[in-house]
Every structure is written in C-alpha cells, then in structure tokens.
Design a protein. Structure first.
Lengths: 406, 293
C-alpha cells in the first residue's frame, strides 16, 4: 500500500527550518541519533537501534562449493529484506527498487572492501568452502536504514562464530559446536556506511536523516569508510551536482563518525563477551526492562521550567529544571502535591489525575497586523491562565504567574 | 509551552463511551460465521476446515446465498458519485495520479477536467505539456468519482465548477467509515467557514468565499491573507471534527455545527484534551438524540 505523501505545508516547514539550521528533533546537522547495539543469544545475531529505526542482522554459514573462478575463496551472500513490518509502503516478497539499491550497497560495502578474509573460509580448495550468509531485516523504518544495516551487518559478522574444521590428510572433520568451540570469522577491518542528505541544490547537508527529512531530500551521498581512514564505498544519488570540497568535507565528517561507531561496536562486543564468560543473562532479554509490561522506550527529555512573576516591582525568576520521563507521570504528580501549597510549585493540578506544567504564552505564529496589536495589548496586562476547572485552583495560582518554558 | 500530565488510572473506561444499541453480528478475524457449506463466500471471509471464517473485523452481511463481512475500519472503497478530496501525487501521460487514501492511487484524466477557455475544447499536445501549470504535485483537489475500474482503481472528474483545486484551508483526515453518503457534501456553515466532507475521510475546512462570480475552471486559488477570526473558526472546527472522529461519531453538517456550539465555552486549544472531548461529544450526542426522537 502506498504511503500518504507529505503535505506542501509540512514540506515547506521542514525545508525552511533546515535553512535556519534547525531539525525537527532538535539535533545538530552532523549529529547521529541514539545508537544501541545488542546481541542475541545465538551467535551472529545483532539488533541495532538508531533512534527509532531498528534493524536485525543474522549471520549463518553452511558448507558448499566455491565459485569456479575463485576456488580458494569462500562465498559471502548479503541480503536486505524490506517487509511491510518496516513500512506499510513495502510489499512482502517483491523486491522494490529501494530494496535492490540497499542490497547492492551492502554487498559492495562488505565484499569490495575485502573486510572478510575469504581465503580463510576455504576448506578444500576447489571442492568445499564456507558459504557465509548475512540476512538483514529492517524491523522499523524511521529514516537512514542504510547506516543502521551496515552497523548491524558488521557487528553480526564480528559476533559470529563458525564451526571449527580440522583437516587430517584426506579427511576433513567439521566439528560440532559441542565438540570444539566455534571459531570467529577473520575480519580485517570494519567498513561502515555514513549517509549524507542534501537540500536546496546542495546548499544544506544533514547526517543521519529521519524519515521526514528523507522524504524532502534532493540528493543523497553514501560514504563507506573504516576507522583507518580508508575509503571503501562512495555513491551519489539524486538530482544535484556536488562540488569537490563538499565531497571532501563529507568524507572527513564520515571519519569521525565511523571512529566513534566502531568504538561503540567494540564496546558492545566486549560487554557481550564478558556477560557470556561470567554466565550472566545476555541476549535481547537484557534490553527489555523487567518492571514494565511494554518494551517501548522513550528517551528522557530535560525540561527547564522558569517561573517569572509579572508585576510592577520587577521580575523574580526561579529556575526549576525537571526531568520529564513519559513513564514516570504518576511519580511526578505524587511528589508535587505537598509542594503545591508553596509558591514554588511547577505542577498545577487541574482535576483528578490531570496536572499541567507551564503556561501557554501568546501565539508567536501569527504576523497579521491586527494580531500584532492585540498581542502588544495582552503583554501589557497580566496574563490570565485559561483553565477549564476554576474551582480546583490552588491559592498559589491566584497570583498571576507567567511561566516561561525554555 | 504547557505540558499536560495525565494519570492512566483516571482515564475514562472505554465502556462508558458507547451509548448506542448493540448492532449484533459483529465478528473478529478468525470467528466462525457458519458451518453450513451451502453459502458462497464474499469479501472478508475465508474457508477453513469446511467452515466459513471471517478475515476482518466487521459486521456480517448476507444477501441470499452470499455471505460477506463488511469491515469497520478499512481503506476507502469508492462508489460512483462519491465526492473525494485528494492530493496530486504524480503526473503521467494525459492524467494525474491522485492519492485518496484508497488501496490504489486514483486517476484524474486530462479529459475529465475543466480547462480554461471553455468546455468543449479538444485536448491537444499543448495541453499535455501544460498539465503542470494546472495541477502539480502536492496540490489538493476536490473531485467526484466518475468510474470504478475492474481492479478497484477510481477514475475521477472535476467537470463542475464546484470541484477543482483547493486554496487556503485546513485538511483533516478521519476514517472513511465516518462520512455518510449524503445529497451534498459541500456545506457553507453559518459561522463563516465552508466544509467539504469527502467520502474518503478527508475533510476540507476553508473560509467562505463571498463572491463566486467568475470561476476560471477552479484553478485560481485565492491567496489573500485570511483574517484572524476566520482562522480561529477554522481551527475550532478542525478540533471539533477531530473530537467527533475520536468518539467514532458519524460526521455530517448538523452534527458539526452542534459540536461547534457546544465547544464555544472552551478555548480552541483545550478541545484537544481528552476530558473536554468526552464532555463536548456527550452534549452533542444528547442533543442529537433529543432531536431524533
């Protein structure tokens, strides 16, 4: 099913904000979203969350025939699966253009960079070799599935262990996992893809686009690099022309990002290894917290509540910064009632179970002539809060306080 | 900015909201409709183990020997004569592809629109090249369904002066099952706004245009700034429509006007709060029941 297109207003809004260096989620132009890497119980299973984009990669291997042109090498398969679970626009089974492009880019990133030592995957030259298969499933598409898939694929390859093989003359034994410990794949380096999106004919550039930003972009450049500053992949798509210094600048940004992400991957691998050695709980179950029914997680946002009294004497301000977590609503309200009788309350209780923090100010959107005059009149008067239930007001709120949220 | 915090325990229970009579015959996916093999199966059903099961959640309809399940929540299925609001998604040869919240994009043929310069002009090559000047990607139009093709794709037309490109206003998207098929879908409300109730669930609220003297085929959009009072009315109407949609009330012009009147005692942005929504829609429901009986 095709998805609903963005309306013209939304498109203009996003582009105007990008022109003023603002992104919808408040990031800077070169910031990545929160990256979380988790490994599953089975070896070679990696789940990566980049903001809300989620990708699962699974590595598996089996013995097969090597390619006739390369008898000493193993074979690597890379496959990216786009299913309706990721986005309703994708169809199950049928490979869309986007799916083919992603698969090709992932293949180029992993194969042509020669990150995996293919000769070590050979068992008997010309007859038997390991076929390593990387299956990447996109679980949720909130923008930038390419970066997420590359992180997941490399982490899964680094995490995977293949069965040990011993050769005695003519006899080859492939040991089961119980007989001998499985052996890791030999990864020379970790190539990672970084996506850059361009807007307004190449004037503005963003790293790690979200879904809405991807929908309004004009062109995209993908740079594949490893932390040793070696360029592995480069692809430019879209309707714009890039200058040489733009390409160079993007690659230098890519180096810093790739270094940071590689460190994160190594740390996650190390944590997983330690957890397995100690016998601790490991796998995806660690991601889910035990005190909630749902596994949905919202990042905490810091909100600072500055209260000013608009009076003739002057302005007194108290700063009250609070951590607002969407899951801790009950706890916040129960803490506040004893404070609400004093002047320094942040939460106004409206009715049973409903509280309000902050006070809406006059609208800053309208720039019509009559609206500007009216606003000036309102600012001179004291701002009166418009609440539905007047009887529930506390004594503190009778003093008209203008609360400005930063 | 003000942030509202609500305790989950004080949310109104869902059972309180439903006041109508039980329509009966509601099935959920997997329910067995009948074990009798004499029936033919229609849309929304499947055969499993000699029994007829429902594959969607909805009401069972039986016409002689045909059993089908009409789903409660579905994409828009067009009928001839429906008024729809759509957004131009792309331009193809001699046609526009319009997105109307249905399973496939609807089609607006070049021969089905009013071109400036009279009705009976022949569509030439020039017209094809100038298509983007009439309607381009992202534009909103109101149109009527002329034909339903065999694969379910709708063919639209704007061959009347009341259809065409939409100018300034606010679009609200609700479920298509909430908009009834009525005689007119274009209403000029007495409060100073016009509303178009599209059968596909898209509702267009715009300020009333005072003089409808000359229309050049519906392509000229009025871009004069809209006054603040009109904007407030439109914002309030939008919140009213969203409140009705949240309580699953059917949408028609009297219902919307009643909701508007009941909402006047609240400021516009308070209409987005769940408690206010429940209260306002309760008032409207009572008033409609009084008038109906």
């Amino acid at each position: 099913m095709r998805e609903t297109p963005l309306s013209n207003c939304e498109r203009e809004f996003i582009l105007n904000n990008i022109a003023q260096q603002r992104r919808l989620d408040g990031r800077n132009a070169y910031d990545y979203r929160d990256l979380r890497i988790a490994f599953g119980v089975s070896l070679g299973c990696c789940h990566v969350e980049l903001g809300k984009t989620r990708v699962l990669a699974q590595v598996s291997c089996e013995v097969g025939d090597p390619k006739q042109t390369r008898p000493h090498n193993g074979v690597l398969f890379v496959n990216v699966e786009l299913s309706p679970m990721a986005c309703p626009a994708y169809e199950q089974g049928k490979q869309s253009e986007e799916g083919i492009e992603l698969s090709r880019l992932m293949e180029r990133c992993l194969k042509e960079s020669r990150c995996l030592d293919m000769e070590s995957l050979c068992i008997v030259s010309g007859e038997k070799a390991w076929h390593v298969r990387v299956d990447i499933h996109v679980l949720n598409h909130e923008g930038n599935i390419l970066d997420c898939s590359s992180i997941a694929a490399i982490s899964a390859l680094a995490h995977f262990r293949r069965p040990d093989v011993s050769v005695h003359g003519e006899e080859i034994t492939i040991h089961t996992l119980e007989e001998r410990n499985p052996v890791p794949l030999s990864l020379h380096h970790m190539p990672l893809l970084v996506s850059f999106t361009f807007f307004s004919q190449g004037k503005y550039m963003l790293v790690d686009p979200s879904l809405k930003e991807e929908k309004v972009m004009e062109g995209k450049m993908v740079v594949g690099m490893n932390k040793h500053r070696e360029l592995c992949t480069l692809q430019v798509t879209g309707q714009m022309l890039l200058l040489k210094d733009q390409v160079l600048r993007c690659s230098s940004i890519a180096v810093t990002k790739v270094t940071k992400i590689t460190e994160l991957i190594h740390q996650a691998l190390e944590n997983d290894k330690q957890a397995r050695l100690r016998g601790d709980k490991h796998g995806f179950a660690v991601l889910v917290s035990g005190d909630k029914v749902t596994s949905n997680r919202l990042p905490t946002t810091e909100v600072s509540v500055e209260k000013t009294e608009v009076s003739m004497e002057g302005q007194s301000s108290e700063e009250d910064s609070e951590d607002q977590s969407a899951t801790n609503n009950g706890a916040d309200i129960s803490d506040k009632p004893d404070e609400s009788t004093s002047k320094s309350s942040a939460v106004h209780i409206l009715t049973k179970g409903v509280g309000m923090i902050g006070e809406g100010g006059p609208s800053t959107w309208l720039d019509l002539p009559q609206a500007i005059e009216k606003q000036q009149k309102v600012k001179k008067r004291k701002h009166r809060p418009a609440k539905a239930e007047e009887e529930e007001e506390q004594e503190s709120s009778e003093e008209e306080e203008q609360v400005i949220l930063k | 900015m003000s942030v509202d915090i609500r305790l989950a325990s004080s949310r109104p229970a869902g059972a309180d909201l439903y006041h109508g009579e039980n329509p009966g015959n509601i099935v959920t996916p997997g329910d067995i409709i009948t074990a009798d093999t004499g029936f033919m199966r229609g849309h929304g059903t499947y055969m499993d183990d000699e029994c007829l099961h429902a594959s969607v959640a909805g009401t069972v309809e039986r016409v002689n020997k045909l059993i089908s399940v009409r789903p409660l929540k579905t994409r828009y299925n067009g009928e001839i004569g429906d008024v729809v609001i759509g957004r131009i998604r792309e331009l193809a040869q001699k046609r526009w592809k319009v997105e109307t919240h249905s399973r496939m994009d609807s089609v607006l043929m070049l021969s089905s629109v009013n071109l400036p310069g009279g009705e009976l002009r022949r569509r030439s090559e020039e017209d094809e090249k100038m298509m983007r000047h009439y309607l381009k990607e992202g534009d909103l139009i109101s149109a009527e369904v002329q034909n339903v093709m065999s694969d379910g794709c709708l063919s639209l037309h704007t061959r009347s002066l009341k259809y065409g490109k939409l100018g300034q206003g606010s679009l609200v998207c609700v479920s298509p099952s909430l908009v009834l098929r009525r005689k007119t879908h274009f209403h000029n409300l007495p409060i100073g706004a016009s509303i178009i109730l599209g059968n596909n669930g898209y509702i267009w609220i715009s300020p009333t245009v005072q003089d409808k003297s000359e229309e050049s085929g519906g392509y000229e959009t009025n871009l004069q700034p809209v006054s603040k009072s009109d904007r407030e009315v439109i914002a309030r109407l939008r919140n009213c429509v969203l409140a009705l949609a949240e309580c699953k009330m059917l949408l028609f012009d009297t219902c919307i006007i009643y909701t508007y009147e009941a909402s006047l005692k609240y400021p516009v942005k308070d209409l987005l709060k769940p408690e206010v929504v429940v209260e306002v829609v309760d008032l409207v429901r009572q008033r409609l029941e009084l008038e109906g009986s």
